[in-house]
Ligand binder design. Structure first.
Ligand code: UDP
Ligand code: MG
Length: 320
């Protein structure tokens, strides 16, 4: 098969009821471009039969290429594998649950043809998501925007088109604590947003519980900022200043011989407060140290049980 112009990547974790419709809609959209394309389905350890359906789609249509993981590695890693195996000149990442309408890919391609290397889809409206998710997501984006070194555009997810040039650079970044949106902003190139309406899930439930959202948020913060570490120094300095003031008060009172029991309580109070600050500080340090340890082990990002014939070769990246 000749090299496709376009690659569409969809990470799949138990999306049996979405898969066929996803394939049909992607196919209709991509065929309308008149260019060769491929659809990479990354199976992130599905247990609901999505894997078999994927194999079947691949035998019926050669343009469907399944990459099947040995277990669940998480959404960001699944997308990474899709990027590693993609062959297109413009690569689009899309959710399999049809929250991101495949038809929007045409708008992304239009901007790509105008010369943009990263075209991210901006959610102007969101449908069928809880108040809690919307509020936490909005707070999260604002926080990230404020404290990280890279300017990640607001209200964007991983739904985006990436040009081969930017994609190859991102492919050389093998960090385990992955936050693809941050990596995309970090590499630079010509970028632009395209607005779209994010729909409700076609079928099934979200696989991104609060626990995973917190994990992704911590990856985003620690991966792109050392601000929390600097915060420790600031907090330390403020506390030392405060204790000096207290020392002065204490000395004055001692001189004028005016002690009573409340000072014992105050001692306890400050002891507990300071221990709290110290433990939080150690926790922040731990987040960074734990990640450093994870990176140091240098394990592969994912394990493929079954997939494209040619194994992924990281040295291939950035050489084209
Ligand atoms: N997904 C995945 N691995 C996971 C969780 C999710 O590959 O561990 C996929 C999922 O199948 C979907 C996409 O990532 O295609 C987005 O997940 P989901 O819709 O559950 O997240 P939400 O849209 O609610 O943030
Ligand atoms: Mg979803």
């Amino acid at each position: 098969m000749s090299e496709p112009t376009f690659t569409v990547i969809a990470p799949i974790y138990n999306e049996l009821d979405n898969l066929t419709l996803l394939y049909q809609r992607v196919k209709a959209v991509m065929e309308s471009t008149g260019e060769p394309w491929e659809l990479i389905l990354v199976d992130d350890g599905s247990t609901d039969g999505s894997t078999d359906l994927m194999r079947q789609l691949a035998t019926e249509d050669q343009r469907v290429r399944p990459v099947i993981f040995a277990r669940n590695f998480g959404h960001q890693i699944a997308v990474t594998a899709g990027m590693d195996y993609s062959r297109g000149q413009a690569v689009t990442i899309i959710d399999a649950d049809l929250q991101d309408p495949p038809e929007v890919i045409l708008d992304l391609i239009e901007k790509w043809r105008e010369g943009y290397q990263i075209v991210y889809a901006v959610r102007s409206e969101r449908e069928g998501e809880s108040w809690f998710k919307l509020t936490t997501a909005s707070l999260f984006y604002k926080l990230i925007f404020k404290i990280t070194d890279v300017k990640i555009p607001l209200n964007t997810g991983d739904f985006r088109l990436i040009d081969r040039k930017a994609l190859d650079v991102m492919g050389t970044m093998r960090e385990r604590s992955r936050f693809l949106r941050g990596m995309g902003a970090w590499v630079g190139f010509k970028q632009i947003g395209v607005e779209y309406k994010r729909h409700a899930r076609h079928a099934g439930e979200t696989h991104y519980p609060l626990k995973n959202m917190i994990k992704l948020a911590l990856n985003a913060i620690t991966g792109f900022s050392t601000y929390p570490l600097q915060l420790l120094t600031t907090a330390g300095a403020i506390l030392v200043g405060l204790s000096l003031v207290l020392l002065l008060v204490y000395l004055l009172l001692a001189i004028f011989n005016n002690f009573d029991l409340t000072y014992i309580l105050a001692t306890w109070l400050s002891l507990i407060f300071l221990s709290g600050i110290l433990l939080i500080g150690m926790g922040i340090l731990g987040e960074y140290i734990g990640r450093t340890y994870d990176e140091a082990k240098g394990r592969p990002l994912y394990i493929i049980a079954e997939g494209p014939d040619e194994p992924f070769d990281p040295t291939r990246l950035g050489k084209k």
